[in-house]
Each structure stands twice: as C-alpha cells, then as structure tokens.
Design a protein around this ligand. Sequence first.
Ligand SMILES: Cc1cc2nc3c(=O)[nH]c(=O)nc-3n(C[C@H](O)[C@H](O)[C@H](O)COP(=O)(O)OP(=O)(O)OC[C@H]3O[C@@H](n4cnc5c(N)ncnc54)[C@H](O)[C@@H]3O)c2cc1C
Length: 128
Amino acid sequence: MTGEMSLPKHASVVVIGGGIMGCSTLYHLAKQGVQDAILLERNQLTSGTTWHSAAQVRALRGTRNLTELIRYSISLYTELERETGQATGWINQGSLSIATNEDRLTHIKRQEALAHLYGCDRSGVVAG
Ligand SMILES: Cc1cc2nc3c(=O)[nH]c(=O)nc-3n(C[C@H](O)[C@H](O)[C@H](O)COP(=O)(O)OP(=O)(O)OC[C@H]3O[C@@H](n4cnc5c(N)ncnc54)[C@H](O)[C@@H]3O)c2cc1C
C-alpha cells in the first residue's frame, strides 16, 4: 500500500510483497484463521511481475505434484469470484496444440498420455 498509514505494533505473520505469491499467502493464512497477519507492499498491489503476467494457466505440468498444485489453483480461481464477490476475469477455456510435423505429434501424444496419467480429463489428440 502506498501513502501514510499506521502499521500494527504486532503481527504474527508479516508477508513481504503483494504479488500473486504474497496475496495468495495472506489469503490462505486468513482462511486458516490467522487474523493478525499483514502484507507489506512497497508500491501497489500486484504492480510487480504479476502485473505483466498473461495469466495463462496450463493444467498439465511436468510432474504429478505440480499438476496437483495447478489443479488446486484452478479450483480456487473458479470459486474466488463467488467467494469474494470480486470479478477475477478467470476464463476456463482450455487450449489447442497443433502439430505441424511428426515429432511434434509424438510430443503432443506423450503430453496426452501424461494428462491421462495425472487425471487431467479434458485433453484429446486428433491426428489428421
Ligand atoms: C511478460 C510475463 C508474462 C507472464 N505470463 C505468465 C503466465 O501467463 N502464466 C503464469 O503462470 N506466469 C506468467 N508469468 C510469471 C508470473 O507473472 C510470475 O511468476 C509471478 O507474477 C510472480 O509473482 P510474485 O508474487 O512471486 O512476484 P511479484 O509479482 O513481482 O511480486 C513481488 C512484489 O513484492 C514487492 N516487493 C519487493 N520487495 C519488497 C520490499 N522490500 N518491501 C515490500 N514490497 C516488496 C514488489 O513491489 C512486488 O509487488 C509471466 C511473467 C512475465 C514477466
């Protein structure tokens, strides 16, 4: 936050930086009942790298754990507007990968196999 403001004398948790990581950390602390956590932002909320993000969220990641993390994020983004009443701009649209050669098609088929293995249910390969 910018401008003059008085800070509390005590906080059980101080989160430094109001990008997606800091905001998410504070949100989850609050959800777990931590009532006196504060977030300090030197500039303006989300004005750092988060401001530049294209905000694309790929469901499939290189490992099962990362894919699980993203799955949680997607369910959170889906619920956030309902929970907070604030529009997030979240659009759950999926993506299209196009293979222009055999190697690329092999790669996409591997991705599809991984997607099934990790429980991503909205992928499909159509070979033309
Ligand atoms: C062009 C671009 C496109 C991207 N597109 C995507 C995408 O499509 N999908 C995706 O998942 N990721 C994308 N990313 C990556 C993503 O934006 C970053 O990984 C993410 O925003 C990092 O968030 P952060 O909270 O760690 O950092 P930041 O957003 O940089 O937040 C850090 C904050 O800390 C504050 N701060 C720093 N030091 C202090 C201090 N001493 N005291 C108080 N405050 C401080 C800064 O002012 C800043 O607001 C993209 C990145 C770029 C640059």
